[in-house]
Design a binder for this molecule. Structure first.
Ligand SMILES: Nc1ncnc2c1ncn2[C@@H]1O[C@H](COP(=O)(O)OP(=O)(O)O)[C@@H](O)[C@H]1O
Ligand SMILES: [Mg+2]
Length: 291
């Protein structure tokens, strides 16, 4: 796997689009799902919410998409309280991709599904066709326009879901475990696609995941969620620390980092920093061997 991100992490300093301040969110059965969540999402960022099962990732994304409103706290979208925005104000700009595409897709063909949003937004036919084609091209599904949704692979269905939101002109995509259920190559291709949308199409992305090995390769910044609270935040190099600290939040280090950590702490090899990717590890190991 090449190291896509190294050397080209853009200095993201766009304007703040979402400011999240959730003091508490409880489900009707009393489950305390989120507490003291403070986040800031800027234009152009590629952000991860990393957490084990049940840590609150899906709940947080639903609140950010305006689907759950009965939380204590306030969320601002471009400076406005999202509870005061109309659904169409939110849904034209921010969209959630569910973990399971079958929960999101409903039309019979790829074209019809992606066209649904633009049709509802009242565009003329020519504009609809052009939006659908552009969106399907962006997710590399333009060869499958007429295909029945039923006959798509799981990964292709996820791409159609993303296209559906892009066709509506979404600037912020919230993705719930976009790589779950995909094989290793599918996972990698999905992450490359999201990176491309982020870099070339200027889509701001917030994705929930528990895949620690993928995160350092692609994401700018992440929040670690544990039991409904943010326990750490920052660039991957800062957030991934010692294995026991990761175990406390039911996660682990990326495998490559775990190996170098052991070589350093159990076998006495000297490493200046703990690399998170194969490319970085290779450089660090060569450096150590040269000493
Ligand atoms: N509809 C619901 N009613 C009650 N509790 C829920 C509901 N949905 C999720 N939860 C609980 O809220 C917590 C966070 O869940 P969730 O946001 O789905 O976590 P994640 O997506 O990180 O796996 C868990 O304890 C879960 O059991
Ligand atoms: Mg979830």
């Amino acid at each position: 796997m090449e190291d896509i991100k190294s050397g080209e992490r853009s200095a993201v300093s766009g304007r703040v689009r979402l400011t999240i301040d959730i003091r508490s969110f409880k489900y009707p059965d009393g489950t305390q799902a989120l507490s003291d969540i403070n986040m800031e999402i800027r234009k152009g960022e590629f952000i991860g919410i990393l957490g084990s099962n049940g840590s609150g990732k899906t709940t947080l994304l639903k609140i950010m998409d305006g689907l759950a409103k009965d939380y204590e706290g306030i969320i601002h979208f471009d400076g406005a309280d999202i509870r005061k925005l109309s659904p169409s104000d939110i849904y034209r700009k921010v969209g959630l991709i569910f973990q399971n595409p079958d929960d999101q897709l409903f039309a019979s063909t790829v074209f019809e599904d992606v066209a649904f949003g633009p049709i509802n937004m009242g565009f003329q036919e020519k504009e609809i066709v052009s939006r659908v084609n552009d969106a399907l091209k962006a997710v590399e599904m333009d060869r499958h326009t007429k295909k029945s949704i039923h006959n798509l692979s799981f990964g292709q269905k996820k791409r159609v879901c993303i296209a559906g939101l892009l066709a509506m002109g979404h600037e912020i995509l919230l993705l719930d475990e976009p790589t779950a259920g995909l094989d290793p190559m599918g996972e990698y291709k999905m992450m490359r696609l999201l990176t491309k949308l982020n870099r070339q199409n200027s889509v701001t992305i917030v994705m929930a995941t528990h895949s620690v090995d993928l995160v350092p390769l692609f994401l700018d910044r992440l929040y670690i969620l544990s039991k409904g609270r943010i326990v750490r935040e920052g660039i991957p190099e800062k957030v991934f620390t010692a294995p026991d600290e990761m175990a406390n939040v039911k996660l682990r280090l990326p495998q490559i980092a775990e190996l170098i950590y052991k070589l350093k702490n159990e076998d006495g090899l000297s490493f200046e920093k703990i690399p998170l990717t194969i490319g970085e590890a290779r450089r660090e190991i060569l450096e150590t061997l040269r000493l």
